[in-house]
Design a protein around this ligand. Structure first.
Ligand code: ADP
Ligand code: MG
Length: 158
């Protein structure tokens, strides 16, 4: 499939809302794409959709921002653009079991120190908008995508 067309930022936000609504507990999501592709936009909208209020900070320098969730557990938003080596992740003391959601920008820089992705979201420029491709990484991710696809809004555009 060639992906979903996201004509503007509102479309990226809508995709985030759909993914947030349907995500399995503990979902691990890798957000791929170059600077400016819309990874942080998607992550911010996703966090909002699951009830995070107040400032959503960029984890550019901290590597991770953690958000306790009303339903228990916490959402983790990582941006590994500036990580020196994947081993630095070990010092953050992230609780893999207690995390209700992982949203990871620049996941390829954390190879070996991250849980495997249930879902890969690949974002790329497409004219003034963006294109998103969704690929499962685990059986749970495949089941997730199978739940989404029949709903129309996330059907591939070609
Ligand atoms: N679907 C879209 N169409 C057009 N612009 C978008 C879209 N999604 C996000 N943007 C814009 O792209 C810019 C960069 O987004 P950002 O999320 O910071 O990228 P990244 O985290 O991948 O570097 C922002 O100004 C945002 O408003
Ligand atoms: Mg970003």
């Amino acid at each position: 499939m060639s992906g979903l067309r996201l004509a503007d930022e509102a479309a990226t936000n809508a995709l985030a809302g759909e993914l947030a609504r349907t995500a399995p507990p503990g979902a691990v999501v890798y957000l791929h794409g170059n600077l400016g592709a819309g990874k942080s936009t998607l992550a911010r909208a996703w966090l909002r959709a699951i009830g995070v209020e107040g400032t959503v900070r960029s984890p550019t320098y901290t590597l991770v921002e953690r958000y306790p969730l009303a339903g228990g557990g916490e959402a983790l938003h990582l941006d590994l653009y500036r990580i020196g080596a994947p081993g630095e992740l070990e010092f953050l003391g992230l609780d893999e079991a207690g995390a209700a959601l992982w949203l990871v920008e620049w996941p390829e820089r954390g190879t070996g120190a991250l849980p495997p992705a249930d879902l890969h979201v690949r974002l790329e420029p497409d004219g003034a908008g963006r294109r998103a491709r969704l690929e499962p990484g685990t059986p749970a991710g495949a089941a997730w995508l199978a739940r989404l696809r029949p709903e129309g809004r996330l059907a591939p555009d070609s």
